[in-house]
Design a protein around this ligand. Structure first.
Ligand code: ZN
Length: 211
């Protein structure tokens, strides 16, 4: 593999992922196919404990470039997110330490540049996972709603309120931009058990895929 501690995302598709409803499955599938047709690539995921995951990503400075580089990165990230059936992906997880993320919403994928959390409210305690520690789901406390301001790929400023599973995904990805992992939100016992499960998963993946 080219990147240290990275594995090919193609590996994920060989395993059974979390069951999805048909509607969500269709949305993910169609999005991935559309992007594949537009030339978007699948990216390798930076895996825990790669130290890159602890870095604070830089603000994307200046105006959105017209050469398509940022759009290409975001399209690659959306294709990678949809093909792995993930709810979100941050640029640092594909090795690019800039404040860019993508999330899957009821209206399809949303691409965010320099997202900032403006408000949070309520509380939810439910399962959360991370592509950098794949196949492990643990119950985590998160706000139920969040209001986020970001720039879209055209450079327009957007403010939007998310709730439920989408709020969870947005907040999880914004954490990545600050070098924060969902492990940091767990108590000691949860973290130890998650890391144990992850070690087992990693061994199994190395055995099955030779990675
Ligand atoms: Zn994650």
């Amino acid at each position: 593999m080219c990147a240290a501690n990275a594995i090919g995302v193609s590996s994920y598709r060989k395993e059974n992922m979390e069951p999805q409803t048909n509607a969500v499955e269709d949305m993910f599938g169609q999005e991935a196919l559309g992007l594949e047709n537009q030339g978007a690539s699948l990216k390798d995921i930076v895996m825990y404990p790669n130290p890159l995951l602890r870095e604070k990503s830089s603000l994307f400075l200046g105006s959105i470039p017209h050469d398509g580089t940022l759009q290409k990165l975001m399209n690659d990230m959306v294709r990678t997110m949809t093909e792995t059936r993930a709810m979100g992906l941050s640029a640092i997880q594909v090795g690019v330490p800039v404040r860019v993320l993508v999330v899957m919403t009821d209206d399809g994928p949303v691409k965010m540049v320099n997202p900032v959390v403006k408000a949070v409210g309520g509380n939810q305690y439910s399962d959360e996972g991370c592509l950098s520690l794949p196949f492990i789901y643990t119950k985590i406390n998160r706000p139920e709603q969040t209001t986020v301001t970001y720039f879209n790929e055209k450079g327009d400023s957007v403010t939007f309120e998310y709730e439920g599973v989408t709020a969870r995904a947005v907040l999880h990805e914004i954490d990545h931009l600050d070098g924060v992992l969902f492990l940091d939100k767990m108590n000691f016992v949860q973290r130890e058990s998650t890391l144990k499960k992850f070690k087992r998963t990693k061994k199994k993946m190395q055995r099955d895929f030779g990675e």
